[in-house]
Design a protein around this ligand. Sequence first.
Ligand SMILES: Nc1ncnc2c1ncn2[C@@H]1O[C@H](COP(=O)(O)OP(=O)(O)OP(=O)(O)O)[C@@H](O)[C@H]1O
Ligand SMILES: [Mg+2]
Length: 296
Amino acid sequence: MSDQASKLREMAAEEQGASKMENARVLAVTSGKGGVGKTTMSVNLALEMAKRGNRVVVFDADFGLANVEVMLGIRPTYNLLDLIHNNMQMSEIITEGPGGIGFISGGSGVSELATLDNASIKLLISELVKLDKMYDIVIIDTGAGITDSVMEFVMMSPEVLLVVTPEPTSITDSYSLLKVLRRRDSFDASAKSISVVANRTETAAEGQEIFEKINTVATKFLGTSLSYLGQVPQDRNASMAVIEQKPIVLAYPQSAAAKGISDLVGKLLNEPVTEKKKNGLARVFIDFFKAKNRIG
Ligand SMILES: Nc1ncnc2c1ncn2[C@@H]1O[C@H](COP(=O)(O)OP(=O)(O)OP(=O)(O)O)[C@@H](O)[C@H]1O
Ligand SMILES: [Mg+2]
């Protein structure tokens, strides 16, 4: 490893303290096709995890589109880049959402992150280390499609939730995403856990079928199998919730979609959480800067 990257890792390790397990668990929510429910999933998984006593923050990496903001009806004043340009503290750029969850806007874009100088990178990492102490779980809403910024975060996150709907284009676009991932040099499929969430299903069997299809292709293209987290049924309350700007697990907790989300959270929180998964958001960014050749 290069000098500077190892220095940053050391810095992160030092500030993170003796136990790595104290860092936040990082989950990136992604999809091949847009509009399949990533933001719905990110926000509601976060709220359900918070209900169960976890400290959760949603990081909106869907740069520029202000997805989470629209869904929650909140408008954060600051974003990640204010840490650098305006010398703000991590605690100052976090907007408090409903249900006690935090929300961080990614700002104008990953392209700007990729051009930061060394001093700015160091500053950003030291603030992210603080975030890793403040929260148990960080959920990254990655935005749609096979864009660079989406891929970078998917590649660097130890855990990835791939959201797929029964639409044929959603399934084929998931294949494309997996193929693009494989082509990237720094992608190591065996080092991460990729789980499929089937959204807007009519039956539980349909969710399982979608998973089998994608898993067959993943095994072929990535040489690794995916896991099936579960399904969230098609539910008109989910669309209502978006229109009302109230998350479904809060507005319609008894709905089928809210119950589906609650089941997913039950599974996620019951999984054994390895040290790798509790690696923190600071590490995700260090790996990002490394891949972009911004640090040595
Ligand atoms: N289980 C569901 N049942 C019915 N409607 C749903 C369900 N999940 C999501 N939706 C609806 O699908 C639409 C898109 O959802 P959402 O914005 O979460 O998708 P997205 O993947 O984040 O989109 P984008 O790619 O644009 O960021 C919303 O109107 C939402 O209400
Ligand atoms: Mg979205």
